[in-house]
Write a protein that binds this ligand. Structure first.
Ligand SMILES: Cc1cc2nc3c(=O)[nH]c(=O)nc-3n(C[C@H](O)[C@H](O)[C@H](O)COP(=O)(O)OP(=O)(O)OC[C@H]3O[C@@H](n4cnc5c(N)ncnc54)[C@H](O)[C@@H]3O)c2cc1C
Length: 481
C-alpha cells in the first residue's frame, strides 16, 4: 500500500533522520515526517549554526591578538554582526539541504506536515502550524503531504524546545531564547544570560568575544554545573579574565521591562538582591521535550517530567511505539539522539547483539572559549559512588604544541579505579578539547585500563599528548611536569 511503511519516524533531527537512514540500510520501507525544517534543531538552530557563530568569534579573537604571533593587521577589526549571522544561517540552510539529499539517496519518503498518532501503527499528518523562519533548501522531489499513514513501527523523534521560567517568559524582543540569540536584530551593548549550561555559556562566550558586556547568572555553585568542579573552576577563571561577570549561587527572581532594556532582580545566596540592567536577557534554563499534540495520552504512552519514558532500546510502554533523542530525555545531545536512533532501528530489525544505551559513555562538549569536554564520572560522582580512585592532571602550560599555538591555558584530568585501573572519567578544558575527548571515549568504550593508555603512542607535537601525561600523572609517572 502506498501509505504503508515498515517504519515511520516523526521528526527529522539527528535522531529522526539517522533512524530513517539506518532503517533504509536494513531494507525497511521508511518515511520521515517533518513540520518545520529538515535536519531538526541541531542543524537549523542548535549545534551547527552556533559553532559557525563561535568560529567567527574565534577568528576575531585571533585577529585581535595577531601581534602575539608577529603579525600586524592594519586598521580596526570590527565584527559585522549581520554578516556573521548571515554566514551562520547559510550554513544551516546547507545542512537542511544535505539531509534532503540523504533522504532521497536512501529512498526515504519525506512527508511534510505535522504528525499525530491516532493508533499505535497509524499517524495523521496535518498542515504544519509552524511559521517557517529558517531558509530552506528545496525539499526532495518525492516529498509527500497531508494524509493518513500506517507503519508497523513508529519512532517519535520530535525533539525539544526552550524551557521558560514563570514570569520570565521569552518574548522574542527583550527576553531571548536561543532562536533570537542566534538571529539577533542588532548587536546588544549588554546581555544578561540566565543559566550557564552549554547553551548559555556558548552564547555568553560568543557575545563577550564580540565586545558585549556579559553577565551570567547561575543557580548552582559552579558554571557548567554538570562538569567536574575543578574543570569548571578553571574555565571560570578564564571567563573572568575575559571580563565576563559571573554570579553563582544566584537566581533571577523578577524581570522589569522597559522600552529597550530589562532590569533583572538577582537574588544571591545570602538573600540580597542585585538589580542588573541589560539590553537583552537570554533565557537558557534548559529545554523540554515536544510531547504535546502527538496523541500520546490517548494511546497511553508513558511520559515523565516532559519526556517520553523508554527502555535502553527506545521502546515505550506501548508496543510498536518508540522514542529517541531529546524527546526521550537527557542528556539532550545530538550524538545521543543519533546513537539511540541506530540502537532503536537495529532492535526493530531484529539484529543480534544490539547493545542498550550506556549513558555514562556519552561525551559532553561545550564550545565556549576555552572549550570544555568530558566523559564518564566526575571526581565528585566517583567519590559519591564510594569508588576508590586515582586522579591524574596535566596542564597545557607543560605541552609544547599548546605553547606553540599560543593556547597554553588548559588542563586534562583523568579518574581511574584504584583497584582495577578502569578509566572512570576524563575531563578537559582548553583549545580543541572537543576534538580530543574522543580518544578517551574510545578508550572507555573498549574498557581500557591505565596500562593500555600508557602503552599507546601519541604523536608529537600535539595537544593530545596531555591526555597520556594525565594518565601517567595518575600513577605518579608524568614525564613533562
Ligand atoms: C543552541 C543550541 C546548541 C546546541 N549545541 C549542541 C552541540 O554542540 N552538540 C550537541 O550534541 N547538541 C547540541 N544541541 C542539542 C541538539 O540540538 C539536540 O540534542 C538535537 O537536535 C536533538 O535531536 P532530535 O532528533 O532529538 O530533535 P530535533 O533536532 O529537535 O528535531 C526534532 C524535529 O522534529 C520535528 N517535529 C516536532 N514535532 C513534530 C510533529 N508533530 N510532526 C512533524 N515533525 C515534528 C521538529 O520540527 C524538528 O525538526 C544544541 C541545542 C541548541 C538549542
Amino acid at each position: 500500500m502506498a501509505n504503508s511503511y515498515d517504519v515511520i519516524v516523526i521528526g527529522s533531527g539527528p535522531g529522526g533522520y539517522i533512524a530513517a537512514i539506518r532503517a533504509a540500510q536494513l531494507g525497511l520501507k521508511v518515511a520521515v515526517v517533518e513540520r518545520e525544517h529538515l535536519a531538526g534543531i541541531c542543524s537549523n538552530w542548535g549545534c551547527i549554526p552556533t559553532k559557525a557563530l563561535l568560529r567567527s568569534a574565534e577568528v576575531l579573537h585571533l585577529a585581535e591578538h595577531a601581534k602575539n604571533y608577529g603579525l600586524t593587521l592594519e586598521g580596526k577589526i570590527t565584527p559585522d554582526l549581520a554578516a556573521i549571522v548571515k554566514r551562520s544561517r547559510g550554513i544551516a540552510e546547507r545542512m537542511n539541504g544535505g539531509v534532503g539529499f540523504l533522504m532521497k539517496k536512501n529512498k526515504v519518503d519525506v512527508i511534510w506536515g505535522e504528525a499525530k498518532l491516532t493508533k499505535p501503527n497509524e499517524i495523521v499528518v496535518a498542515k504544519t502550524t509552524k511559521t517557517i523562519v529558517q531558509p530552506q533548501a528545496p525539499l526532495p522531489k518525492n516529498t509527500l503531504g497531508e494524509g493518513t499513514y500506517t507503519a508497523k513501527h513508529i519512532i517519535i523523534a520530535t525533539g525539544a524546545r526552550p524551557r521558560a521560567l514563570p514570569g520570565i517568559e521569552p518574548d522574542g524582543k527583550l527576553i531571548w531564547t536561543y532562536f533570537e540569540a542566534m538571529n539577533p536584530d542588532r548587536m546588544p551593548k549588554s546581555l544578561l544570560v540566565m543559566g550557564s549550561g552549554a547553551i548559555g555559556i556558548e552564547f555568553a562566550s560568543f557575545y563577550r568575544t564580540l565586545g558585549v558586556d556579559v553577565t551570567v547568572v547561575e543557580l548552582l555553585p559552579q558554571v557548567m554545573p554538570v562538569e567536574d568542579a575543578e574543570i569548571s573552576a578553571f574555565a571560570k577563571k578564564q571567563f573572568d579574565k575575559q571580563g565576563m561577570k559571573i554570579i553563582l549561587d544566584a537566581k533571577v527572581t523578577k524581570v522589569e521591562k522597559s522600552a529597550d532594556s530589562v532590569t533583572a532582580h538577582v537574588e544571591k545566596k545570602d538573600g540580597s538582591i542585585e538589580k542588573i540592567t541589560a539590553d537583552r536577557l537570554i533565557s537558557a534554563v534548559g529545554v523540554q521535550g515536544n510531547i504535546e499534540n502527538l496523541g500520546l495520552e490517548a494511546l497511553g504512552v508513558k511520559t515523565d517530567r516532559g519526556c517520553i519514558v523508554i527502555d535502553g532500546y527506545g521502546k515505550t510502554n506501548v508496543p510498536g511505539v518508540y522514542a529517541i533523542g531529546d524527546v526521550a530525555g537527557p542528556p539532550m545531545l545530538a550524538h545521543k539522539a543519533e546513537h539511540e536512533a541506530v540502537i532503536c532501528v537495529e532492535k526493530i530489525a531484529g539484529l543480534p547483539n544490539v547493545h542498550p544505551m550506556d549513558k555514562l559513555k556519552i561525551p559532553g562538549c561545550t564550545y565556549c572559549n576555552p572549550q570544555v569536554a568530558s566523559v564518564g564520572l566526575t571526581e565528585a560522582k566517583a567519590k559519591a559512588e564510594g569508588r576508590d580512585i586515582r586522579v591524574g592532571r596535566f596542564p597545557f602550560v607543560a605541552n609544547g604544541k599548546a605553547i606553540a599555538l599560543g593556547e597554553d591555558q588548559g588542563m586534562v584530568k583523568t579518574i581511574f579505579d584504584k583497584k582495577t585501573g578502569e578509566l572512570l572519567g576524563a575531563h578537559l578544558v582548553g583549545a580543541e578539547v572537543t576534538e580530543l575527548i574522543q580518544g578517551f571515549v574510545v578508550a572507555m568504550n573498549l574498557e581500557t585500563t591505565e596500562e593500555d593508555l600508557m602503552h599507546t603512542i601519541f604523536p608529537h607535537p600535539t595537544i593530545s599528548e596531555t591526555l597520556k601525561e594525565s594518565v601517567l600523572d595518575a600513577y605518579g609517572r608524568a614525564l613533562n611536569a
